[in-house]
Design a protein. Sequence first.
Length: 413
Amino acid sequence: MITVNRHILKNGLRIVHSEDITTQMVALNVLYDVGARDEHPEHTGFAHLFEHLMFGGSINIPDYDTPVQNAGGENNAWTNNDITNYYITLPRNNAEIGFWLESDRMLSLDFNERSLEVQKNVVTEEFKQRNLNQPYGDVSHILRDMAYKTHPYRWPTIGKEISHITNATLEEVKDFFYRFYAPNNAILAVSGNISFDETIRLAEKWFGDIPARDIKPRNIPQEELQTEERRMTVYRDVPVDTLYMAFHICGRRDSGYHTFDLISDILCNGRSSRLIQRLVLEKKIFSSVDAYISGSLDSGLFHITGKPCDGISLEEAEKAVWEELENLKHCSVEETELEKVKNRYESEQIFSNINYLTVATNLAFFELIGKAEDINNEVQKYRSVSHEQIAKTAKECFINSNCNILYYKKASS
């Protein structure tokens, strides 16, 4: 059981805290409620660009990394379609440095053309390296564009195309910052060897005077129900053909989310899971296969991907996957099989939440989707999933009219 303390500053900044005296470190995790889904369709990649810009210098601190390193700390950040997340770890005696650094870049960045050009070049090179010049690098662009027709999940976090980043102006960047990077659109999670009273004192001192901003309500177009199968075949310079399948599922806050997560583990988590045991080890249809869910806040995707063995066509590979999905619908999952995946999840949660930084990150996320204390209820939510729920969910989800299928083929030389 993780003990959670909470406080809200007058400017709307939500603070969640959990003390851990077994470590000599402190973690600060700042979650901003902004991601790629908040971008304009013609100005994508901005949330990810800001992940980089936030390290480029703020109004009073020209260099973020040097004070962190001098204080014996580490920091990093990541962005997805839903959120932007920054974290910093420091020895407990230097914890105030974290509050100072994070508050100053929340107050205002040092907006200038030089910094913007530097970070635009960095992001552009990342786009080229990961998505244009790497085998299978454009899969996310293709699959998202197939699966989503109206929702902004139709582009990945990196952006829809490079020109959206290279053409970004300083005024557009400033506008994006002041619309989303505000105390009343953020959650500060603090964990490690620091008391709740000290956390509140430092938060009030460093964040208390940052003005709240006018955060407009989201107006995201909801994706319409997919009613027919969508297929595409592409040819690329890749080593082997690969099968990609994506089914629409519920969002992260939905009660059915935990069922989908368990199904992905039943299908493909460990050597004894169904797809690996039957399609890789026994039938040797795939050399590798995977199944996972996107975990998106809005309606997400259930992914199945695999590389067929030599001599196996993508059509044969796809047929084998459908057969396994039909088995899941009509043959009850054995008690030992279901208990195994539940036990695996519980053990992973116990071990991950031993780490003070993981606790801070998780507390911020659970506060976003509900309340931080819900972190203590997750295992029970997985435990409560029944065989009947799994079969019912599989029957509703794994149908042709809900499926997007991509054949990613090796181009002929």
